[in-house]
Design a protein around this ligand. Structure first.
Ligand SMILES: [Mg+2]
Length: 206
């Protein structure tokens, strides 16, 4: 018999937080607070990205440093604008905070199952104000999450993710209940419970 309570793990980007909106808001504030023109900022960031061997090598600090060196604007000013909590809380999907609150209230154990750099992914949770809903020992942030070793770590769990690829992979593990969160359209996935926002989650896992 299992002793631990089932945990519900959430992906971060495009599941809890709209990453495109984060990009918009961080860039808008970096310009608004430093006087940098938006098309110049876009251009410099594009230049930074072109120096990367792989898209996953993108690092916030390195990008900001690159912008600072290219424009002469102080790193600290850019960083402060980039990391304003509003850039992250305003990028949360509208139902997220309340839905997490309700799940916690009924005693669910919540976790994170995300890919990327630990520091920035964690900062997204902290700055947006939702870190408190997740158990510290249930926050799994790794460079590549589709690995057997990583999935085994989740044990018996529900995993909510917006990525078809992730859900397809998780279907191979009998102890995992994958839930596809489709925020794009009304399509669903064969053999997998599909939801369209987090308010539908409690019914999906009943
Ligand atoms: Mg995602």
């Amino acid at each position: 018999m299992r002793q631990d309570k089932r945990c519900i793990y959430f992906d971060i980007d495009r599941t809890l937080i709209d990453s495109v909106k984060i990009r918009e808001l961080t860039r808008a504030r970096m310009c608004g607070e430093t006087g940098l023109r938006r098309n110049q900022l876009n251009q410099v960031i594009e230049e930074y990205v072109s120096t990367l061997a792989h898209k996953n090598d993108y690092r916030r600090e390195k990008m900001i440093n690159f912008v600072s060196e290219k424009t002469g604007i102080k790193y600290a000013a850019l960083k402060q604008a980039h990391d304003r909590p509003e850039n992250y809380s305003e990028a949360l999907y509208p139902e997220v905070a309340k839905a997490l609150e309700r799940l916690k209230k009924v005693g669910e154990v919540l976790g994170i199952y995300s890919e990327g750099f630990v520091r920035y992914q964690t900062d997204k949770l902290v700055l947006s104000g939702i870190i408190r809903y997740f158990e510290t020992d249930k926050v799994v942030i790794v460079k590549r999450k589709l690995r057997e070793k990583v999935v085994k770590q989740l044990d018996a769990a529900v995993v909510v993710d917006d990525s078809r690829e992730v859900i397809e992979y998780l279907k191979n593990f009998k102890e995992i209940t994958p839930i596809w969160l489709n925020r794009i359209n009304k399509e669903n996935m064969d053999g997998v419970r599909t939801i369209y926002n987090l308010d539908e989650l409690p019914d999906a896992i009943d």
